[in-house]
Design a protein around this ligand. Sequence first.
Ligand SMILES: Nc1ncnc2c1ncn2[C@@H]1O[C@H](COP(=O)(O)OP(=O)(O)OP(=O)(O)O)[C@@H](O)[C@H]1O
Length: 311
Amino acid sequence: MSDATIEVRNLRKRFGRTLAVDGLSFTAEPGMVTGFVGPNGAGKSTTMRALLGLDAADEGEALIGGRPYHALRTPLLEVGALLDAAALHPSRRGRDHLRWLAHSHGLPMSRVDEVLDQVGMDAAARRRAGGYSLGMRQRLGLAAALLGDPPVLLLDEPVNGLDPEGIQWIRTLLRDLASEGRAILVSSHLMSELEDTADHLVVIGRGRLIAETAVADLLAAASGDRVRLRTSARAEAMELLAREGATVAVTDRDTLTVTGMPTQRIVELLTGSNVPIAEVAAHRATLEEAYMELTRESVEFASARKSEAAE
Ligand SMILES: Nc1ncnc2c1ncn2[C@@H]1O[C@H](COP(=O)(O)OP(=O)(O)OP(=O)(O)O)[C@@H](O)[C@H]1O
């Protein structure tokens, strides 16, 4: 799957007065799930639409396997996309929709049953789409994206409408598809949805790149060297640790956050002075915390603009 790369280079797209994408560049590599995250209106859908040739870029490039969408010879075999799961006529049966897609792209009918099996939708696909839940439409959309067995997948908020079991299922599916060497770009405005799914993250705000990072690096940076300490002798512990050079902040009634001192040294000092310890643990940031930290600035900017406009 050597053509499995998604590249966005200096992409710019304006809608009237709104600069939806503002000089964005990033790469999603093969064999990885790349999470594409940003607050509502950050420009994720516009970027995906540019990659699929649905929105023309004002500047820059959006490439699949090194080529713009319109230059792909067999698009369905080169890139699969899930953009709007609701776009299906209510009287149409899911299976017939896929059969029509397969037929019009010269794919064998056997692919239809294969992908329906892959998304766990065999029986439901024989019913009319009008009765489908949002989760079922998402599964059908995913089946369509997988029909041509493409090396690149672009999925815009695929978790939308799925129940907890469905979310778990899609995580496993995406991990499996990436392990086969595909490049997968998955957008979400909720970082928690990408926990345990994405290897790499592209974080955007106001159409610009905020961070492009491995998930592991982001978590390590956000965790810092903070240690959470719970003790019934808060004042004594604070004094002792500060005297030895740590920075200590009060988190709540019996909890302190200590920075600048390893956990082991904290334990040694406190036990040496008979200060009771109820709990001590190195802080491990969640992906959500790391994301909030990264996007705070762009969210603050947006709310400042809103209040300016309201004045
Ligand atoms: N066709 C359009 N016409 C006018 N403005 C648009 C159009 N498409 C997007 N926009 C605007 O461009 C900005 C980026 O929108 P986009 O849908 O790409 O963001 P997003 O990150 O996908 O957000 P969400 O998570 O809400 O889907 C928004 O301000 C949006 O209102």
